[in-house]
Ligand binder design. Structure first.
Ligand SMILES: C[S@@+](CC[C@H](N)C(=O)[O-])C[C@H]1O[C@@H](n2cnc3c(N)ncnc32)[C@H](O)[C@@H]1O
Length: 364
């Protein structure tokens, strides 16, 4: 989710470059050094200042619009009887969990598979994926070191001990030592544009309300294609601009675009980036009806937020400027199989479409 965080001077370490990014020299990991990703280290290891502040000192998960440690607008269609009753905080948490359930539910037979969440925040969605979808291993990736630290603190009992274990069980944590089962959960710091994992390591790659922050969606698409195993699946959800005119208009209405927190990526361009990276069966589904109005209603019930910027997302939706989307895709064919030029984008009814642009348009 994209809240308007408190304004102020950047509080993150490092230098700010000409593009308004702050370098975080502590961000590179050993695994990252092995990554063959194509984005340069300088691009991948820096966050725009507004993003660094929002998920650093401002800690967006603690502001009143959120609950339960999640940071997303929520998917509200599965909540019972919401038409004529006020929302509770429990509803708000459920909406955020349900957005994860919607995305994770697109994976066919995820049991015992390895998943990667890109932009995992506090890692609550990773744990939901483990507990409710039976994944064998979930890796949470986030570009912000503070988010990774929070995720590790919050879910310490599910992580491997940093020293590799000594053959004992510590606290509520997993059994450790040479015969211990591998920890089912891991959090690693790194950027979507340069994922610090080897090729073909992941069965299910998902991302919840993070891609609006990615500066280079093409680089993310290439990285997703690279780390997915053959027949691996991608599922991504967040909000994007409906078209290029909307992308130009959004910064006038929503401060998060004007101040550089979000990028007004156009949905057709996002679908095109995935197809260009070699992903197949790219499908786009708009879910705005189940997001913006109930979210706005919840916000209207919060006295401290009633007339704030967050209410403008519904205005933008009703004006046709943005929507909330679920995008799914299949990993590229292995090199010996089908070539990239044979990849197809499909409408939601499965009909192959002529171009990725047509796929995104038809699905709305
Ligand atoms: C709105 S929060 C969503 C967190 C979580 N998915 C949820 O729904 O609660 C977006 C997250 O994306 C992370 N992020 C922003 N830019 C990123 C990038 N380029 N690569 C990876 N993570 C990024 C932020 O640090 C933040 O934790």
């Amino acid at each position: 989710m994209t809240q308007q965080p408190p304004t102020g001077t950047p509080g993150q370490p490092g230098r700010t470059d000409d593009a308004g990014r702050t370098n975080h020299p502590d961000r590179t990991t050993a695994a990252e050094a092995d990554s063959p990703g194509r984005t340069t280290a300088g691009e991948a290891d820096s966050l725009p200042d507004r993003v660094a502040i929002t998920y650093g000192e401002a800690d967006l998960s603690t502001v009143p619009a959120f609950a339960g440690g999640f940071i997303n607008f929520g998917y509200w269609a599965r909540l019972p009887d919401i038409a004529d009753r006020p929302f509770t905080e429990a509803d708000r948490v459920r909406s955020e969990q349900d957005l994860y359930r919607l995305v994770l539910g697109t994976f066919d037979r995820p049991q015992d598979r390895t998943a990667l969440e890109v932009g995992c925040g506090r890692g609550l969605g990773c744990v939901l994926a483990l507990q409710e979808f039976g994944l064998g291993k979930v890796i949470g990736l986030d570009a912000h070191p503070d988010q990774i630290a929070r995720a590790r603190r919050t879910h310490a009992a599910l992580l491997s001990p940093p020293d590799g274990g000594n053959g004992t069980t510590s606290g509520n944590g997993p059994s450790t030592g040479p015969n211990a089962a591998p920890a089912p959960l891991d959090f690693i710091q790194g950027a979507a544009q340069r994922i610090p994992l080897p090729d073909a390591a992941i069965d299910c790659l998902y991302s919840v309300e993070a891609a609006q922050h990615f500066r280079d969606l093409s680089a993310f698409a290439r990285e997703a294609a690279r780390v997915l195993r053959p027949d691996g699946r991608l599922a991504l959800t967040t909000f994007f601009a409906r078209d290029h005119d909307a992308a130009r208009a959004l910064p006038e209405l929503l401060p998060s675009y004007a101040d550089g927190l979000d990028v007004p990526h156009v949905i057709d361009d996002v679908a095109t980036a995935l197809v260009t990276a070699g992903l197949r069966d790219v499908q786009v589904r708009a879910i705005g009806d189940a997001v913006w109005e109930p979210y706005d209603r919840y916000m209207a019930q919060q006295p401290e937020l009633r007339d704030e910027w967050a209410r403008r997302y519904l205005t933008a939706y009703k004006a046709g400027l943005l929507d909330y989307y679920v995008i799914t895709a299949t990993a590229p064919e292995p090199p010996a199989g089908e070539t990239a030029s044979e990849t197809t984008a499909k409408t939601t009814d499965g009909t192959p479409s002529a171009t990725p642009t047509a796929a995104a348009s038809t699905a709305r």
